[in-house]
Design a protein around this ligand. Structure first.
Ligand code: ADP
Ligand code: ADP
Ligand code: MG
Length: 678
């Protein structure tokens, strides 16, 4: 076994690998960029080497620098994590040339599976079922059009070199094909430097079910069962679970054996995932499920923890053992599934704004009670994998995942209940996240009853977007109670001593102003003779009033107001000149702007009107030129940041005066992209 390894990655996966290495007594070397100088992965490793600037191309993708760091520190092997260099066959070769073990498959297997089209040709030979489609080398547009017509619509054009959900276009009819092909090729050349495409039948409402495989250098290969990753947005995974609901033993064996055949066809060694798209005629008919090979990811997957939870195995330990030449620790017949596990990806993004990634500082980052990277505490059944601490920043340089929350239970229902509870205890202030959105998803009928397919999010749209989990009355009551509580704590226990309008006799009132979901509201607090607090909140449909009571209980306040009870935690955050209160309760989390009672209410201005970059990133393309007339809502430009593309649309009708950047330019958040005359 190795004595020292270098981890050529960052964030949660670097921390994850380091945890196993530590447990196995292997020393770890971290590498880091400027932005990551103080990062958690640097802290948890034994040594750390600075490798360059914040952009990945200046650090985590600079492999000569990484190999030099390995040499300088005496590391014997390199773990690439996922993303970055993990699926780069040149890097795998360079490791070998430098006398280092690449903890991953042979370069030849990475190469064989690297391009979707080529890998499909290989799989066809190995007898693995494929989605009907075209995946040959000839890229003549007329031929591609004929092939799409033959396959039928809807069809999917996919960049052969694509990944991360990018470079895909659904085409609904023959007449749309030419435009979709051109736009797919443009994105492919920009993102992957290779514009070859393949065409597939677009499977309707399919499930994404993938098989974890593991090979060793002694010719053994096993499958560690399946993961269902059907819940996706923008073709990217949001929730993953194992085992797949509705899976039968027979189908599991068939898919497992197909995945092993796929791996063996490329002499696979190490951890890999064979992704299948599964057609189904209904949600409750496993006999109707037909599976087709989609691609193989030749690395450890983001969602590997659900497999660890149901098998009780440490996949990073297996990777290290296999890479050091040991045989697989177990054979197929030794492997069993225990219970059910679900992973939720907590991301810095705004689901209500087309999942726009968010950046910012984790001013508050409180996690649910959880165990370390192994779900060893069966009673708790909650694991968190992250690479950040409270106070850390989610920067625009890397992807938007903040943490992975993994739960395990005896049954799916138990795992689901644990996930809901753990999400309700996850408290993040300082940047927008999808935590509440994840709770909405798992409570939909589709997810709760395992009616899974990749269209779940759009299908359940009404229950998922623009939801308000707490309501104004309870939210306002929580903020008022928390304000009083903080004042007492600051000023001693006598509410009468406070200097903001309280009187020691008679009836005193106090006004609060709020902006909630864009509208202004007032709340009046009355301190009655009998010592009770009366609160009256002017809601959209009239007033809600009642007695407000609160009591401290650990780090939460128990409040009751107008027949509602909740255990709330409130954090105040200054956003520019605004004070925003974040209210967390078991029912859900929400935010409300607190307006200074003395200032004029209703002054909150809608942002917009300026054509600025919503986040730091790269300009991909402009859809307009100077002199063009545009209509409100018309796409103007496409930006890319944190692995996602965003279209910037015209806020009003107008004339384009000038484009201020060119495609390929990096822009800062708030940078004006073009001048529009309205
Ligand atoms: P998984 O199936 O494991 O979720 P993804 O394809 O979503 O795999 O990618 C896993 C990780 O790999 C991402 O979190 C990201 O760090 C990295 N990654 C994948 N594709 C890209 C890409 N096109 N550009 C940058 N990073 C990528
Ligand atoms: P990536 O390399 O970006 O992960 P994949 O080929 O794995 O690309 O596809 C990503 C996602 O796109 C899948 O998980 C699935 O939701 C969807 N998808 C891919 N191929 C098809 C298809 N033929 N029909 C329907 N959906 C598909
Ligand atoms: Mg994929």
């Amino acid at each position: 076994m190795f004595q020292k390894i270098l981890i050529a990655n960052r964030g949660e996966i670097a921390c994850r690998v380091a945890a196993t290495a530590k447990r196995m007594g292997i020393k770890t070397v971290a590498v880091y960029s400027d932005a990551d100088a103080q990062a958690k992965h640097v802290q948890v490793c034994d040594e750390a080497v600075h490798i360059g600037g914040s952009a990945p191309k200046d650090s985590y993708l600079r492999w000569e620098r990484i190999l030099q760091a390995a040499k300088d520190t005496g590391a014997q092997a390199v773990h690439p994590g996922y993303g970055f260099l993990s699926e780069n066959e040149d890097f795998a070769k360079a490791c070998a040339a430098a006398g280092l073990v690449f903890i991953g498959p042979p370069a030849s297997a990475i190469l064989a599976m690297g391009l979707k089209a080529e890998s499909k040709q290989l799989m066809e030979k190995a007898g693995v079922p494929l989605v009907p489609g075209y995946h040959a080398a000839d890229q003549d547009p007329a031929l591609l059009q004929r092939e799409a017509d033959r396959i039928g619509y809807p069809a999917l054009i996919k960049a052969s070199a694509g990944g991360g959900g990018k470079g895909m276009r659904v085409v609904n009819s023959s007449s749309e094909f030419a435009d979709a092909l051109a736009s797919c090729k443009r994105e492919a050349i920009n993102s992957f430097g290779d514009d070859a495409v393949l065409i597939e039948k677009y499977v309707q409402r399919p499930r994404h079910i993938e098989i974890q495989v593991f090979g060793d250098s002694h010719g053994n290969c096993v499958y560690l069962f399946e993961r269902d990753c059907s819940v996706q947005r923008r073709h990217q995974k949001v929730l993953e679970e194992a085992p797949a609901p509705g899976m039968t033993d027979a189908l599991r064996k068939q898919m497992g054996e197909a995945a092993v055949a796929a791996a063996k066809a490329v002499n696979y060694v190490g951890a890999g995932t064979v992704e299948f798209i599964v057609e189904q005629t209904g949600y409750d008919s496993p006999e109707s499920m037909k599976f087709f090979f989609m691609e193989m990811n030749t690395r450890l997957q983001v969602e590997h923890p659900v497999t660890e939870a149901i098998t009780g195995l440490d996949l990073v330990e297996w990777q290290l053992r296999v890479a050091s030449g040991e045989p697989l620790p177990l054979q197929q017949s030794d492997l069993r599934i225990h219970g059910h596990a679900i992973e939720a990806r907590i991301c810095a993004e705004n689901p209500d704004n087309n999942f726009l990634p968010a950046t910012g500082t984790l001013a508050v980052y409180r996690k649910p009670r959880c165990s370390s990277f192994e779900i060893s505490d069966k009673h708790l059944g909650v694991r968190i994998d992250d690479g950040v601490r409270e106070g850390d920043t989610i920067s625009p340089f890397y992807d938007s995942m903040v943490a992975k929350l993994i739960v395990h239970g005896d049954t799916r229902a138990q795992a689901l209940a644990r996930l809901d509870e753990a999400l309700s205890q996850t408290r993040i202030v300082g940047l927008t996240t999808n935590v509440q959105f994840l709770r909405h998803i798992i409570r939909t009928d589709s997810f709760a009853t395992a009616k899974l397919d990749t269209a779940l999010i759009p299908r359940e749209e009404k229950a998922l977007f623009a939801q308000e989990p707490l309501g104004l009355a309870l939210t306002a009551a929580a903020v008022v109670a928390n304000t009083l509580h903080r004042e007492r704590a600051l000023k001693g226990h006598d509410p009468f001593s406070s200097r903001d309008g309280w009187r020691a006799y008679g009836v005193a009132t106090r006004n609060f102003g709020f902006v909630f979901h864009g509208a202004s509201y007032n709340a009046v607090l009355t301190y009655a003779h009998d010592g009770n607090l009366q609160l009256c909140v002017a809601d959209v449909d009239g007033e809600v009033s009642g007695t407000l009571a609160y009591r401290e209980d650990g780090d939460v306040l128990r409040i009751s107001f107008a027949g509602q009870h909740a255990r709330v935690q409130v954090f105040h955050e200054l956003q520019g000149h605004e004070e925003v209160a974040h209210v967390f309760a078991p029912q859900g989390a929400t935010r409300i702007t607190v307006v200074d009672a003395l200032a004029h209410a209703g002054e909150v201005q809608e942002a917009g009107g300026r054509l600025t970059a919503p986040m730091p990133g790269k300009v991909v393309s402009f859809a307009v030129a100077a002199g063009d007339k545009v209509k409100a809502g018309q796409p103007l430009a496409v930006m890319e940041a944190m692995k996602m593309e965003h279209t910037i649309a015209a806020p009003t009708d107008g004339d384009v005066l000038e484009l201020l950047y060119a495609p390929g330019d990096q822009v800062a958040e708030g940078a004006e992209l073009l001048k529009l005359k309205v």
